[in-house]
Design a protein. Structure first.
Length: 133
């Protein structure tokens, strides 16, 4: 048999594997909950999500940055170390939490408080006695 057939067959198999991986990635993106869906009450009232083939899709859990931000927002005004955030946020990998904290700090969603401590920035509250301009 011609050796080019084997090369073409290998290329086709690789393209098939890439296409299947792409389909799975898109289905994961479709099933990913929004940041506003972090509370369990909202999840129970929603109808089941379906993929392109009409099959029910199990929603993915929130990402590490979403869980870190959710945890720190729940405990506004208190600063935590990366280890405390990982333990309380239910994230097993410390490196994942460090990366998430770094990206959230850089984007301004959380702030660094001292050496190795992080929290949600304080909200600016306008005094009622001061007139707004």
């Amino acid at each position: 048999m011609n050796e080019h057939y084997y090369a073409v067959l290998t290329d086709l198999k690789q393209m098939k594997a890439d296409a299947e991986a792409g389909i799975q990635a898109i289905e994961r993106l479709i099933s990913r909950p929004k940041a506003t869906d972090l509370d369990e009450g909202a999840e129970a009232s929603k109808p089941a999500r379906r993929n392109l083939f009409g099959e029910a899709v199990v929603p993915a859990s929130p990402s590490a940055p979403q869980r870190v931000l959710h945890f720190l927002t729940e405990h506004a005004g208190t600063s935590f170390t990366v280890q405390q955030i990982a333990k309380e946020g239910g994230i097993e990998q410390i490196g994942t939490v460090r990366g998430a904290v770094g990206r959230l700090t850089k984007s301004g969603k959380i702030s660094k408080q001292g050496r190795g401590r992080y929290r949600v920035p304080k909200r600016k509250v306008q005094n009622e006695s001061e007139p707004s301009v």
